[in-house]
Design a binder for this molecule. Structure first.
Ligand SMILES: [Zn+2]
Length: 132
């Protein structure tokens, strides 16, 4: 059990479309009151560019709780680069889409660094040999 949660939103698009998609998403969220600019931005306590807006509760019901709204590190940022989110204890490698066997965790982890260099990862299933 944790007091922390990170919501990762993935927008699958081509690298050249990313800046436009991010700008459009940010504009829509601001115009609809889902987020608002962080007027008290602070590198240590409130590092995010945006905070929950007046209508955030409609898309993120936990913001109905006062203690959630007051947390200093619950901001919204837009990231236009490849990043890895590690869920620590909740991590599990993906399952093979062909046979359902879980991939080897070490083999899965070794795919991350080349992915940062814009290589699309390829992993052969240790059970059925299918390459994904
Ligand atoms: Zn397989």
């Amino acid at each position: 059990m944790s007091e922390n949660a990170i919501v990762v939103v993935e927008l699958s698009t081509t690298p050249t479309e990313v800046p436009e998609r991010i700008a459009a998403a940010k504009k829509w969220l601001l115009e609809n009151g889902i987020i608002t600019p962080n007027a008290q931005r602070d590198e240590l306590m409130q590092p995010s560019e945006h905070r929950a807006g007046p209508r955030a509760i409609e898309v993120a019901p936990p913001f109905a709780h006062e203690h959630i709204r007051r947390l200093v590190n619950n901001g919204v940022d837009f990231v236009c680069e490849r990043q890895v989110h590690h869920p620590i204890e909740n991590y599990e490698p993906p399952h093979c889409p062909s046979c359902g066997v879980r991939a080897d965790a070490d083999a899965h982890s070794q795919l991350i660094e080349p992915w940062f260099e814009n290589e699309e990862p390829v992993l052969a299933c240790q059970a059925c040999g299918e390459v994904h």
